[in-house]
Write a protein that binds this ligand. Structure first.
Ligand code: HEC
Ligand code: HEC
Length: 194
């Protein structure tokens, strides 16, 4: 028997299949607007500092959603909140389309022995790929996490677990009961995916 929350998740995914398509114009408009982002997120969204998430290859719709949430205060970060403050809805879409069109580069992350296998098992039991898709490639509002910085993935999972990141409460319910050591293993497993 599926738990009610799984049904809810499926309803959500079905409802998401209406993402607008990116046109070359949106991508070039986004490129111009992305200049201030490079200082932290790197040229073309491939950040080399693990404190800053990689945006290259992320779904446009997720980037839009996060910028909207930072602007409204639903998601908070001392560096990112001020960056989103003055963006218009159109800016957010243009930026989303630009970064989604960039190719993510491998981070060169080296996992600890045994952690990848352990993380893979936890993920299988937790049904994460029901939303994030196999290989954590993401879809629509569900982020791509494959190949993201391990430190960033770990920080976000712990923030959901501890109730510090509240802009998508379903994520909290999925990681709440996972022990910290397994969260670490999950983050290494996903960071190691390409
Ligand atoms: C001063 C550094 C800095 C600058 C400049 C900056 N960001 Fe960020 N950004 C961050 C940090 C730090 C985070 C992660 C916050 C956290 O840990 O929750 C972030 C997170 C994000 C996220 C969420 C990514 C995810 O995987 O959830 C998006 C989208 C984003 N930034 C877009 C942008 C865009 C677009 C710009 C340029 C308009 C920009 N950022 C400029 C520091 C910065
Ligand atoms: C019900 C669908 C669903 C399930 C199941 C789910 N996620 Fe998520 N996850 C999301 C959505 C949607 C977001 C983005 C929330 C937002 O808008 O900020 C997210 C965000 C995340 C993030 C933050 C990414 C970033 O760039 O900041 C990570 C990491 C993550 N999920 C990993 C997992 C893992 C690991 C599991 C399994 C234990 C899991 N998710 C299960 C839907 C889901």
């Amino acid at each position: 028997m599926a738990k009610p929350i799984h049904k809810l998740a499926l309803t959500m995914i079905v409802g998401l299949c209406v993402a607008p398509t990116a046109h070359a114009d949106d991508v070039s408009a986004g490129k111009a607007k992305a200049a201030p982002c490079a200082a932290c997120h790197g040229e073309d969204g491939n950040s080399t500092n693990p404190a800053y998430p990689i945006l290259a290859g992320q779904t446009a719709r997720y980037i839009y959603t996060e910028l909207r949430d930072f602007k409204s205060g639903r998601r908070k970060d001392p560096f990112m909140t001020p960056m989103a403050k003055n963006l218009s809805k159109q800016d957010m879409w243009d930026l989303g389309n630009y970064f989604a069109a960039q190719k993510p580069k491998p981070t060169g992350f080296t996992p600890e022995a045994g952690m990848v296998e352990r993380g893979r098992k936890v993920v299988e039991d937790a049904l994460c790929t029901m939303c994030h898709l196999g290989g954590f490639s993401g879809q629509n509002e569900v982020p791509r996490v494959a190949g993201q910085h391990q430190q960033y993935i770990y920080k976000q999972l712990m923030a959901f677990k501890n109730g510090e990141r509240t802009n998508f409460p379903d994520m909290t319910s999925y990681v709440k009961s996972i022990p910290e050591k397994d969260i670490k293993a999950i983050s290494e497993y996903i960071a190691n995916l390409n």
